[in-house]
Design a protein around this ligand. Structure first.
Ligand code: GAR
Length: 198
């Protein structure tokens, strides 16, 4: 029996970080096993990719829940419990989570953000970095706490900003760094969860 940490990945769209995590978790000795992929968006491309990799993939559309974000998250939480998930990795999950959900998964949920936090929390980071004239940009993986993009940092990777960058060219360079960083940080988080099991 494997003692790998049962991990769910939550996505809203493309799922390229999900792909990187699936590839890493296929390596022998990787401490996390991806057992479930959840999305608020039934059209998320990553759902099909997860199923192709033999991973349970569920969409819980947030729209019928209207303003009741917690009711939507209670359904997600039930799915996580049913799959006996121990660690949640947000990978392009584009909804702000309620204090209820964050509290429930405190110390057991991580997120990737496309900036060098604490600089540039929130949306449109690449355009804002260019606007600010920064010469270094990057990405961060952090534990999720109630403040948006504010929890303790697990790891960061930097990339140069080039003179002729557009938001899209910069996003593509940061995304490559994300795909290297997230598996390393998921492994670190899984080791932390595993230590706490004992
Ligand atoms: C990634 O760049 C990720 O850092 C970002 O969304 C993209 C998802 O891409 N996340 C956020 O902005 C969270 N606030 P992917 O679906 O291809 O992994």
């Amino acid at each position: 029996m494997s003692d790998r940490v049962r991990t769910a990945v939550m996505i809203s769209g493309r799922g390229s970080n999900l792909d990187a995590l699936i590839a890493a978790s296929a390596e022998p000795g990787f401490p996390a096993r991806i057992v479930q992929v959840l999305s608020n968006n039934p059209e998320a491309a990553g759902l099909a990719r997860a199923r192709a990799a033999g991973i349970e993939a569920l969409a819980v559309d947030h729209r019928p829940f209207k303003q009741d974000r917690e009711a939507h998250e209670r359904v997600l939480d039930q799915a996580l419990q049913a799959a006996r998930v121990e660690l949640v990795a947000l990978a392009g999950y584009m909804r702000v989570l309620t204090p209820w959900f964050v509290g429930r998964w405190a110390g057991r949920m991580i997120n990737i953000h496309p900036s060098l936090l604490p600089a540039f929390p929130g949306l449109h980071t690449h355009a804002r970095v260019l606007q600010a004239g920064c010469t270094i940009h990057g990405c961060t993986v952090h534990w999720v706490t109630e403040g948006v993009d504010a929890g303790p940092i697990l790891g960061q990777a930097d990339v140069p900003v080039l003179a002729d960058d557009t938001p899209d060219s910069l996003a593509a360079r940061v995304l490559q760094a994300e795909h290297r960083l997230y598996p390393q940080c998921l492994a670190k988080a899984a080791e932390a969860v595993r230590l706490r099991r004992a």
